[in-house]
Write a protein that binds this ligand. Structure first.
Ligand SMILES: NC(=O)CC[C@H](N)C(=O)O
Length: 330
């Protein structure tokens, strides 16, 4: 089965003329100037706005890369996906969903408005900051350190190396996280946080500061594409039910208040972060003549972000590839 998949992937990629990926990266990199590196976290502003890289991994082990795929960046909001998975694994899906809903908001990722407008103030979903700070407090482990470890363990089981936390990015955000502090205080008052405010913030901001590159997030995407099964290790890492729930949240809420547009014009589950990463995935498809018919994970890095907080050139590149390779799940 795996052997057949590898041959099929290789055949597809021969036909693909891989030069086009390099061409597309070069072309879309030139649009980076229309976006800007996130400035509200001072350390993120130091990134090179013209970096653009991509890594795509298929279940047969084929890896294709182009541009600045090797540049390290911090997960930021992409960590919300892993944190949600870890909380579901540690506490059970129903326990988590009693404290955070699965509804998109159409509001910016750091918005506070719905917490007060809708009683009892349950965060709308785990992909916005209010939901993610709540989920961070639910992670398995007694201390902030243990809770972060539970996330790093999941990442390690998928990418094969233990990730590190970028202390400079963590400190930079810790000192300027006024809005996230406001959200956390509000959630504490309404009873949704299971730990103290400063602890919840420490966990949340440290998970955001976990360092990865495009290849690492492509691998996480690949495992989600296969419903939690690691096709290269032949191991179920995440239960299918949790993986499916996570993908539905990525599709409906993963690109912040541009999730609808992304679903309409790209059409695959994805999660972005303000450092410029996008983790996307393509489930196995019924047509065999398309590239990566057995699905793939896609990691993108392009730190100049748009008004929604998504990588500007990264979204354009992904949209183009989705059109050319017919990736949409719809
Ligand atoms: N959208 C993001 O990537 C947000 C993550 C960032 N750490 C924040 O809380 O503001």
């Amino acid at each position: 089965m795996v052997q057949r998949m590898i041959q099929e992937e290789k055949r597809q990629l021969r036909d693909l003329q891989m030069d086009c990926l390099d061409e597309w990266v070069t072309h879309y990199r030139s649009f980076s100037g229309e976006g800007q590196c996130a400035a509200y976290i001072p350390a993120l502003e130091k990134a090179n706005p013209f970096d653009l890289g991509i890594c795509i991994i298929g279940p047969g082990g084929t890896v294709i890369k182009s541009g600045d795929w090797h540049v390290s960046f911090t997960l930021q909001s992409i960590s919300k996906v892993i944190s949600f998975i870890a909380a579901c694994l540690g506490r059970g899906i129903s326990y988590v969903l009693e404290r955070v809903d699965v509804e998109p908001t159409g509001d910016p990722f750091n918005s506070i408005i719905r917490l007060e407008m809708h009683k009892p103030g349950k965060p709308f979903n785990p992909m916005i900051n209010a939901g993610a700070i709540t989920v961070a407090s639910l992670l398995p482990g007694e201390s902030p350190q243990n809770k972060i470890e539970s996330l790093c363990t999941i990442i390690e089981s998928i990418v094969g190396k233990r990730p590190t936390i970028n202390e400079a990015v963590f400190q930079s955000e810790w000192q300027t996280a006024h809005r996230n502090r406001a959200l956390a205080y509000y959630l504490k008052e309404t009873g949704f946080l299971e730990v103290e405010v400063e602890e919840a913030l420490e966990i949340y901001l440290k998970q955001c500061a976990i360092e990865v590159n495009a290849e690492d997030i492509a691998m996480i995407g690949l495992i989600l594409a296969h419903d939690g099964y690691h096709p290269l290790r032949n191991e179920q890492i995440i239960p299918k039910e949790v993986a499916r729930l996570t993908k539905s949240l990525m599709l409906t809420c993963g690109m912040y208040n541009a999730s609808g547009k992304f679903a309409a014009f790209v059409g695959i589950p994805a999660k972005s972060g303000v450092s410029g990463g996008i983790m996307a995935l393509v489930p196995p498809r019924s047509r065999q003549e398309v590239p990566f018919p057995n699905g793939c994970g896609i990691g993108i890095y392009g730190p100049a972000i748009d008004e929604y907080g998504n990588s500007h050139a990264g979204v354009m590149l992904l949209r183009h590839i989705a059109e050319k390779w017919d990736l949409s799940i719809f």
